[in-house]
Design a protein around this ligand. Sequence first.
Ligand code: IMO
Ligand code: MG
Length: 422
Amino acid sequence: MSLTIILGACWGDEAKAKIVDILAEKSDVVVRFQGGCNAGHTVVHKDKKYIFHIIPVGILYPDKKCIIANGVVINPFQLISELEDIQKQNIDVGDRLFISSQAHITLPLHKFLDGLSEKKSKKQAIGTTKRGIGPTYSDKFARFGIRVADLLDPKYLYLRIDNIINNKRSQIADWLEETDLEDMKRNLVKIGKKIQHFVIDTPFLINKYLNEGKRVLYEGAQGTLLDIDFGTYPFVTSSNTSIGGAISGSGVNPRRIDKIIGVMKSYFTRVGNGPFPTELKNEIGDYIREKGHEYGATTGRPRRCGWFDAIIAKYSAMINGFDEIALTLLDVYSGLKTIKICTHYEIDGERVDHFPIVTNRLEKVVPKFITIKGWNEVISNIKEFSDLPINAQNFVHIIEEILNIKVSIISVGAEKNQTIYR
Ligand code: IMO
Ligand code: MG
């Protein structure tokens, strides 16, 4: 039995996909369990750059099975276009992609509603990816949702679509006016036919693989600070991005988990709105953004950049129970004279050592830092920890001490071989 779970520890974009890509090589099965096309998972594989939104990164290996499990929300149109893109790259999907019959479907009206609520919310807008994620999960929980299995049963699908439309008619009047509903329904049925051979009851499949001793790897999307329960609500996504989502999103029980790896950036970033205590709105933030290519893989938006925040890292480790840390983008720091790490906060002059979960308290914090020496050397070709500049080693040691967790993987570049294992 072997189940390894990879989770984002921060606000997403931690370079999870690179770590998944590395570990996928030694796995048999790769599983996505939450989120949808809001994810932008970038990997450089055999000198080629790929961006995945919905299909697990493991698809790049011809011998790996890939599963889109029940907790994911799927835009069927995006799924088809991603499948076509992959096939164009001569990657044979064949009989190794599986899609959960229970996964919920993002309809064009969900995208419309996402855009509409962002517009209406004005200053309270979340800064979503506008992929319809929130409205799809809302409908799942409101029990209006349409699931992958429904695409394979046209009569039932039509009933479900009519139900959702009847319930939202006034909200989506503008969308209805410009939409040929019958055409949309027919297209969904067509997509159902195209994907029917991928569709399966994935909880049984994943448990079967585990029973057979297959090595299963979970590919988290977004990050813990975007979790609907534990993140910086309301500036979050609409799924459980932390460990609980891996369980409910796939149908395995927690006793089956062998290892949970938290992916953390050496600095922090976030896209969209919401509090970000260590944000650098200055030339250092700009330096990190340019050097780290910190522009959204899904929306192209510039990412907000800031120092490593140990309060958030500790909180994330507590929620998820990380066994190991993969520390990414350490190379971006080369060239900075000094580097800061936030060790605690102050609110109204009082020291705060725990993450203030309630957002309006988090907005008030003043981050307090330690400053360490930086390094000038380019480190992207270093393979051994002991070959890193001593100040870079020091940075890693401080993070390990703060978290009391081993940093087992250090990423020093986008390429797979630009990685230090410890
Ligand atoms: P990966 O998997 C970074 C952010 C959006 C917004 C908030 C809500 O690539 O790390 P949503 O569209 O989900 O309703 O937007 O969540 N967000 C992400 N930020 N990486 C992601 O995915 C994200 N997916 C959503 O910017 O702030
Ligand atoms: Mg992203």
